[in-house]
Design a protein around this ligand. Structure first.
Ligand code: C5P
Length: 396
């Protein structure tokens, strides 16, 4: 299932240079399974022509209040049955007209006549963005329930640098997908660990494992999409932080434990996704260890088990563990769930999950084993979040 299959999105394009990103966004929305109706303002058409949007969306482009292409009531019909209206780019002028409830072109009229959520992605010069009038309009729109995506900061078409750059097409797609997920975890706080840990041997070497952090980050994103306030404590991984997620970077298991315990108060859910190194070198050499000896013995000491410690605490949150096994998954996973006293454990065979983009997992809880369909890690993460949400509702 694609992220937006079965969804109909009205994409409004107003007159800013960032309109070129709306063409890419159209392509991404269609690829994600959405039906996309484009409402292009007269100014928007000065930047990117209707033919481009028509080709990318595969549907007629709507531009004028006075040309309804035989549809009768385009200004009302277009947003009826739509899942969302997204205006990207949204210029300062458009935001101003929207904030004042004006209906002097097709796009503002259909925004006023809509019965679905409205999202806007502002795009303008940094000085226009910081003007009190623009900020006043933004506050009014937020108070009216309009979702404001971005803007980002950076280089602008005018040569200046600052706030007002429109988010990239991929970021807007992610934000829209997240927006459309049911917010069943609103008001909940979720803490996760993700990635490997790195246990130093000397200033340049250490013990680690091949965990990519992808499953933990996908779960962090899925929890955020479900409306939770999410913090991820991440070992050394080179992954971008999912939108709306707070991130604490750590290196070793001891640092991970410290960061988890500091962030724990108030958490409703704790998920240990990290592949925490079970052992660390007993001694960390201050200088690089030189080669020469034919044999070396490495003395290791056990790391604390972060998940077991959190689960054993007084007033522990709902704790979820992960178990990557290379054989006898059901037996080892269920034993781990019981020994760490967890309501839920996610088991996967290492050959299915570690490092890749897909995963296949089985959930183990007091009711038994629940295999989930194999899929992209984000899809699997959403299914795990749904299962956790249902367990939370049952135990509430
Ligand atoms: O390593 P093990 O298979 O016991 O890991 C199972 C679960 O325990 C995982 O969720 C992992 O994140 C967590 N864990 C931990 N601290 C450790 C070892 C494992 O939090 N030192």
């Amino acid at each position: 299932m694609s992220d937006l299959s079965g969804k109909r999105i009205v994409l409004g394009v107003t007159g800013g240079v960032a309109a070129y990103k709306a063409a890419e966004l159209t392509r991404l929305l269609v690829k994600a399974g959405a039906t996309v109706d484009i409402a292009l303002t007269e100014a928007g058409a000065h930047f990117v022509g209707a033919a481009t949007f028509q080709a990318l969306s595969g549907r007629p482009v709507w531009s004028s209040l006075w040309d309804d292409q035989g549809r009768g009531m385009a200004h009302i019909d277009l947003s009826r049955g739509a899942d969302a209206v997204l205006v990207a780019p949204a210029t300062a002028d458009f935001l101003s007209r929207l904030a004042h409830g004006m209906a002097n072109d097709l796009l503002t009229t259909l925004c006023l006549a809509r019965d679905c959520p409205l999202l806007v992605a502002p795009a303008m010069n940094r000085q226009m963005w910081h003007q009190p009038a623009t900020q006043r309009n933004l506050r009014q729109l937020a108070a009216d329930g309009v979702a404001v995506l971005g803007p980002a900061s950076g280089e602008q078409a005018c040569g200046e640098v600052g706030d007002g750059r429109m988010l990239e097409a991929g970021e807007l797609l992610d934000a829209l997908v997240a927006f459309l997920q049911p917010k069943r975890l609103a008001g909940k706080r979720v803490l996760l660990t993700a990635g490997p840990t790195f246990e130093a041997l000397d200033p340049v070497r250490g013990l680690t494992n091949s965990s990519s952090g992808k499953m933990g980050f996908a779960l962090a994103r899925a929890f955020a999409e479900a409306g939770a306030a999410v913090t991820v404590v991440a070992g050394p991984v080179g992954l971008p932080t999912p939108m709306g997620v707070s991130r604490l970077d750590v290196v070793s298991a001891l640092q991970m434990r410290e960061a988890v315990l500091a962030a724990l108060p108030g958490a409703d859910v704790f998920v240990g996704v990290a592949a925490v190194a079970d052992y660390r070198p007993a001694v960390v050499a201050a200088q690089k260890i030189k080669k020469g000896a034919q044999q070396r013995t490495l003395e290791l000491i056990a790391n604390p088990d972060i998940l077991a410690e959190v689960a054993a605490g007084a007033d522990a949150p709902f704790c979820v563990g992960f178990a990557a096994e290379s054989e006898r998954l059901a037996e080892y996973a269920e034993a781990k769930r019981r020994s760490k006293n967890l309501p839920l454990l996610v088991g996967n065979l290492v050959q299915h999950g570690l490092g890749g983009d897909r995963n296949e997992v089985v959930l183990f809880d007091a009711r038994g084993a629940h295999p989930l369909p194999a899929g992209e890690k984000l899809m699997v993460a959403r299914a795990i979040v749904t299962h956790i949400t249902e367990m939370l509702i049952c135990t509430a």
